[in-house]
Design a protein around this ligand. Sequence first.
Ligand code: PHE
Length: 452
Amino acid sequence: MPSRETWATRMGFILAAVGSAVGLGNIWRFPFQAGAEGGAAFLFVYLGFIALIGFPAILVEFVIGRRTKRNPVGALKELGGDRWKYVGGIFVVTGFVLLSYYSVVAGWFFQYFITGLFEGYTATTPEELGAAFGAASSGTSALLAHAAFMIAVTGIIVAGIRSGIEIAVKVMVPGILFILLGLAAYGAFAIPEASQAYAYYLQPDFSVIAENWQTLLPAAAGQAFFTLSLGMGVMITYASYLGEDRNLAEDAAVIVSLDTFIAVLVGFVVFPFIFQAGADPTEVGPDAIFVSLAQAFATIPGGRLLGVVFFGMVVIAALSSAISILEMLASYLIDEFKWERPKAAAAAGLAVFVLGIPVTIDLVFLDLFDGLADSVLLVLGALLVVLFVGWVIPEDGLDELTTGVENIGSLGSIWLWAVRIPIAIVLVISLYLGATGYLEFLADDFLGWLNG
Ligand code: PHE
């Protein structure tokens, strides 16, 4: 067997992990979750979850990956025996489900990019905007865009770690950051409604948390995992290509900070446009960003260029995330079934494409898949690996955390303690709330839809 590839540089690993973390989660999902769950109140709970849970949890995945240098299924089997390999199996299922709708949504952004490029944004009334979104989000064009996106993702994974992923993210991640900073500056100086938007986004009304904690807590926890690509073994996979000389905690801190910075920055870009378009931020759904931004781009001077830049950037961000999921799936097929990389990537890519087809037919499948992946599977996966490292292999975990490090003082034992008890408890509560919410959705909305 050829020796396993590794990242060429530390920067390559960090950018790949940031590229995985920064994606539709930050740009599309975050604003509508925040908008629906009280704006600033959501932001504050979310930031708390990132620091107290996201950071320790990403380290859990890093230690598993670098310790074993395997795909998530093989890694858990090696460390925990046959019983734990099924947890890896959950990751594989989650990966398929998540990437299938992720790619469809990325395809919507791709179409808005193409529209800007060739026609410009012309819809301004709610009817026109809704019709444009309807045309992009379902039917043939949605299917074609989904296919195009998956072909690009598969191509990068066929090329491999160094000449595929690492080269791609070195261009993409700095580009995303640069464009977002520019758009945020534009919002601050050129959009009169910006101050109203910032107030909604930044001044928390803590009574919202007290009243809505049952939906706000799982939404914020789910978003924290989603945005950091946690709970499905992607970070295990990326860390499996790491050398022993890296300081995992330091790399994790850089990755988490950059992802969080970008998520917060997106709020500064998106909310001014939403307020300018006169949309109600609490009413926003998965379509809001398309409707309100397309309206803004149709009316403001230079809007077409801004739109092309914005939608193009989102596609790139989605691409750098999607490759991490397909890489996880492919690494499973390569390691466990000894498939060649091109075959593994193509088979996984094709399966994801097929699974995503229903989402291009009816948006109820978006809720079905997103709810399953985000409120249930990601939290379940995160809970299980956290318990695994905290209680089953604590010595290995601690040893791996301190490999390549001079001295981290008591950080290691604090980490282990946090992982064992408080984080596990928060995850159990989030999983309970998330799963109950999802069952309600199945019983009401989905059954209702099935019954026509
Ligand atoms: N973190 C990515 C985003 O924010 C999505 C993702 C989730 C990627 C899980 C990989 C694993 O868009």
